[in-house]
Design a protein around this ligand. Structure first.
Ligand code: PEP
Ligand code: MG
Length: 571
């Protein structure tokens, strides 16, 4: 049994189909005429563009526009005059063949991207290498690996799946994906999830461990791969697969059902999104709105800041797409560990305690915050937009932000530009300071949304991304639970809505506790909505009070968690 990263949930059972790129030897061969060589390069470029366009169209019909965006990103790279110009320059300067000029130019860019401390930029490196290989393959007349015609029941095993390979997959025939490289947020993992193919990535040296045709079982939710399973293992995983598929089917009946507990408490079950294209999944899984739009994604993966107009269009699209339902849009949460090269931010010594989110925005009102807030206010005329401010630690910050919003409202009034005059302003409660002062903040804002990802990190003083100390990172720690309970209590006493948009909101062991504490709104990834609705409608918040009291009597995270596990499994 091998362990890897769980990239796409589900059980895959099938035969290994090893995917290996044909090795290309790229040498600095000299050419007789650079003009002829440049023409040869341009021809290959045009063919690669045509091939990529076909993949994008195929993906758009097979999975959706959002997924096709990955291929459109490749098209943008191929159309970048700086990149193609540099390749032509290298051919002319060194009188070398196109393959070599492509190799050196694209690799230089890819290495720069790969060295950046940002997953999105590292993904750019994969994209750059992907287009490099495809241009070279076209030049050498090598056909790309034909993933589209794999036989039924294939489990793809590869070193890494490039986005263009993933795009060619026929989901009817591929029952699983195993790769040696990649991460949870790599494009191939995202595509695997969109295609709903179970996938385990980052399995070390897997290419040496599996042979063509080997029988394989994988659990994409647990990140487990079993090669040549025993009969008992095969039976176990076949049962698990059937159960997984059955559960998925069962959840369909929770579409269109109101999220009300057995004793009649209405809960808002909403989604976390990162850009307007995520809306499709929110609607597919019957989300009741958006509880967190992480706007930093609009700023990432590009070379300059999105304009006010671009932002306005994005916010308006979400507001309109949800026809008046609540859409909580969080203002920019960037800085610290989330780097945006074009913003020219210095590296912080302690990124998570540093120049981040509201701190940065209030410091850069004119070029960053004012355009974003103006875009949000203008878009509020088109739907249920609420503004949410992240990383708040003191009252002055929220007062300063509110004053800026008032200022922009006055400006819009003067110019007769429509906006929602009663737009709600809320905060993320995700720092220890905001939690301790929740009673005061509750009088200052219209709603709270608890960000447990950061609240856990700041309460436990544990870096949320550090594997070595991850044993301390638990939202079940009584310190974090007391904090959550206090925030909800303060919000309720002040009569404001209290939601949660951290990962804990969709944790099946946490949901009963949150209901007992009185949480009004649960925001999560769209795919978790139906399962959470099934849970919420099965409980009465009153019956859960005793459970919560008992859970809060324990003094360690482990005790609380195992108590909740026992309770939920018994149910
Ligand atoms: C959180 O901190 O819980 C949260 C939802 O925000 P992010 O994960 O974007 O920091
Ligand atoms: Mg946060």
């Amino acid at each position: 049994m091998f362990k890897g990263t769980n990239a796409s949930a589900g059980i895959g059972i099938g035969k290994a189909a090893i995917i290996k790129e044909v090795e290309m030897v790229i040498r600095p061969d000299k050419v007789a005429s650079v003009e002829t060589e440049v023409t040869r390069f341009r021809g290959a470029l045009a063919d690669t563009v045509a091939q990529t366009k076909a993949l994008a169209d195929d993906l758009a019909t097979k999975v959706g526009e959002k997924e096709a965006e990955i291929m459109n990103g490749h098209l943008m790279l191929l159309a970048d005059p700086m990149l193609t110009g540099e390749i032509e320059e290298a051919i002319k300067r060194e009188s070398v063949c196109s393959e070599y000029a492509i190799e050196t130019t694209c690799s230089t860019y890819a290495d720069v991207f790969a060295a950046m401390d940002d997953e999105l930029m590292q993904q750019r490196a994969t994209d750059m290498r992907d287009i490099k290989t495809r241009m070279q393959q076209v030049l050498q007349g090598i056909k790309p690996v034909d993933i589209a015609s794999l036989p039924e029941g294939s489990i793809i095993v590869a070193k890494d799946l490039t986005p263009s390979m993933t795009a060619g997959i026929n989901p009817a025939n591929v029952t699983g994906i195993v790769t040696e490289l990649g991460g949870k947020t790599s494009h191939s993992a995202i595509l695997a999830r969109a295609l709903e193919i179970p996938a385990v990535v980052a399995v070390s040296n897997v290419m040496d461990k599996i042979e063509e045709g080997d029988s394989i079982v994988l659990d994409g939710g647990e990140g487990i791969v079993i090669v040549k399973p025993t009969e008992a293992e095969m039976n176990e995983y076949t049962a698990k697969r059937d159960q997984f598929l059955q559960e998925k089917k069962d959840l369909e009946r929770f579409k269109g059902v109101p999220t009300v507990t057995k004793d009649g408490v209405h809960i808002e079950l909403v989604a976390n999104i990162g850009n307007p294209d995520d809306l499709a999944k929110v609607l597919e899984y019957d989300g009741e709105g958006v509880g967190l739009f992480r706007t930093e994604f609009l700023f990432m993966d590009r070379t300059s800041m999105p304009t006010e107009e671009e932002q306005f269009e994005a916010y308006k699209k979400v507001a309109e797409g949800l026809s008046g339902k609540p859409v909580i849009i969080r203002t920019l949460d960037i800085g610290g560990d989330k780097e945006i090269p074009y913003m020219g931010l210095a590296k912080d010594e302690n990124p998570f305690l540093g120049y981040r989110a509201i701190r940065l925005c209030l410091d850069r009102k004119e070029d960053i915050y004012r355009p974003q807030l103006r875009a949000l206010l203008r878009a509020s005329a088109f739907g249920g937009i609420k503004i949410m401010i992240p990383m708040i630690t003191c009252i002055d910050e929220i007062r300063e932000a509110k004053a800026l919003i008032e200022d922009i409202k006055n400006e819009l009034d003067r110019k007769d530009i429509p906006y929602n005059k009663n737009i709600q302003i809320g905060i993320m409660v995700e720092t220890a300071a905001a939690s301790l002062m929740a009673d005061v903040f509750a009088k200052e804002v219209d709603f709270f949304s608890i960000g447990t990802n950061d609240l856990t990190q700041y309460t436990m003083s544990v870096d949320r991304g550090n594997d070595k100390i991850s044993y301390l990172y638990s939202t079940f720690n009584p310190a974090v639970l007391r904090s959550i309970r206090n925030i909800i209590k303060c919000g309720r006493e002040a009569g404001i809505m209290v939601g949660m948009c951290g990962e804990a909101a969709s944790d099946p062991l946490m949901i009963p506790l949150l209901l007992a504490f009185g949480l009004n709104e649960f925001s999560m990834s769209a795919s978790a909505i139906l399962k959470s609705r099934k849970m919420i409608t099965g409980y009465s918040s009153e019956e859960l009070q005793a459970v919560a009291d008992e859970a809060m009597s324990f003094v360690t995270a482990k005790e609380v968690e195992s108590y909740m596990k026992e309770f939920v499994n018994k149910k």
